[in-house]
Design a protein around this ligand. Structure first.
Ligand code: ZN
Length: 381
């Protein structure tokens, strides 16, 4: 018999002058840990794995009248741990956080009371999470490559996940779902050839920090790292795919803005950036990366004409910017923005099984082309 996971069945926000109460209806008593993070001001609440059974999918706008809370996000942070992140309009202290036992018409309720404060007092409450969560399990990777295995290793990175939904379309399509579907389809297609050992940074709806995504590729000795995303932009008529490779200098303003948006994933998920390993944060683009960058560019140039056969392309479809997830010094890496969730046609295509198959096939064909060129070069030496 399977045990039902505890669930969240309701969310309420009560705003008063200078204080706000945030309440979750939960199906049973749960253990929680609460901490705050600054810049931007956030309250982060870690809980055991819970199902979100409220209509908004766990990605809520708190609305104009909802006091200190601007919006909230709920989702898997890592296996067995869901996270609720409250974005605050202004600094606030957590006056109390507790679980109320069932009473009258109410079941268990998890309550957080927030009280407005100033920046100086808020900063005093900012501290690291009580118990630093362990890294996500390595079980999401494929079996390790055996000695004498001639297969190439390709890392596929489905952007966002869990508590970080990525961008959300007008019809409620999450970037994190589209990227996962295409990633799993691409994994299937590549594995079917028998030529590739495929590593996936995630295979379910879970949050993976940006640095960890890079490390999964490096640990798995990936020959190529492909990060999948979908963009959104104010102008709803803009559509098409864009392929990005790493550069310290962005090719245009739009690319720079996009990279800074995508690089905020860890902030959105309430990751304490002070805790990141210096090995990852300290990586700079230097001469050692030159060769890797050239290979990344080579792959991008093979990919664009293939993608063009499947999907609409942006003008200047190869762009450059400082994406955090492309910074492995030794793994050629590209980031594909597969289309715009702010455009209705792109959204329909990206959601459809046909669209996902076609995009995956275009990427798989360019992976083939890329390694064929490498093999030809090696045999010519
Ligand atoms: Zn994204």
């Amino acid at each position: 018999m399977a045990f039902a996971q505890p669930s969240v069945t309701g969310v309420r926000i009560g705003a008063h002058p200078d204080s706000t109460r945030f309440v979750l209806d939960v199906s049973e008593n749960i253990a929680v840990s609460v901490f705050t993070l600054a810049d931007p001001y956030r309250v982060v609440i870690d809980m055991p794995a819970l199902d979100w059974k409220v209509g908004d999918g766990g990605q809520g706008e708190a609305g104009e009248t909802q006091g200190l809370v601007e919006r909230y996000r709920f989702g898997l942070f890592q296996q067995g741990n869901t996270r609720l992140v409250l974005d605050l309009r202004k600094p606030a202290v957590v006056r109390q956080a507790f679980v109320l036992p069932p009473q009258g018409a109410y079941g268990y309720r998890f309550v957080v009371d927030l009280e407005a404060t100033d920046r100086a007092r808020f900063m005093k409450t900012v501290q690291s999470p009580p118990a630093a969560p362990a890294s996500p399990p390595a079980a999401i990777q494929s079996a390790p490559q055996k000695r004498g295995d001639s297969r190439r290793t390709v890392a596929i990175d489905a952007g966002h996940g869990g508590v970080d939904p990525g961008t959300i379309s007008g019809d409620g399509t999450y970037e994190k779902s589209v990227t996962l579907s295409v990633a799993l389809e691409l994994k299937r297609q590549l594995e079917r050839t028998g030529r590739y050992n495929v590593i996936a940074t995630r295979q379910n709806d879970i949050f993976i920090p940006l640095g960890e995504r890079v490390e999964i590729g490096r640990r798995g000795k990936a020959d190529l790292f492909i990060s999948l995303h979908a963009d959104s932009i104010a102008n709803g008529s803009i559509r098409g795919s864009t392929v990005y490779t790493l550069s310290e200098t962005a090719s245009d303003k739009e690319a720079a803005a996009l990279a800074s948006k995508e690089n905020k994933a860890d902030i959105i998920a309430g990751v304490d950036l002070g805790k990141q390993s210096p090995e990852v944060t300290g990586i700079l683009i230097d001469l050692m990366q030159r060769e890797t960058m050239n290979y990344s560019i080579e792959f991008a140039r093979l990919l664009i004409p293939k993608l063009e056969q499947a999907a609409e392309m942006r003008d200047n479809p190869h762009r450059f910017a400082g994406f955090r997830v492309l910074k492995a010094p030794d793994v050629p890496s590209v980031l594909v923005e597969m289309g715009y969730l702010s455009n209705a046609q792109d959204t329909r295509y990206l959601k459809s099984a046909r669209g996902q198959r076609e995009i995956a096939a275009a990427i798989a064909a360019s992976v083939d082309g890329y390694f064929q060129r490498h093999d030809a070069r090696l045999s010519a030496q």
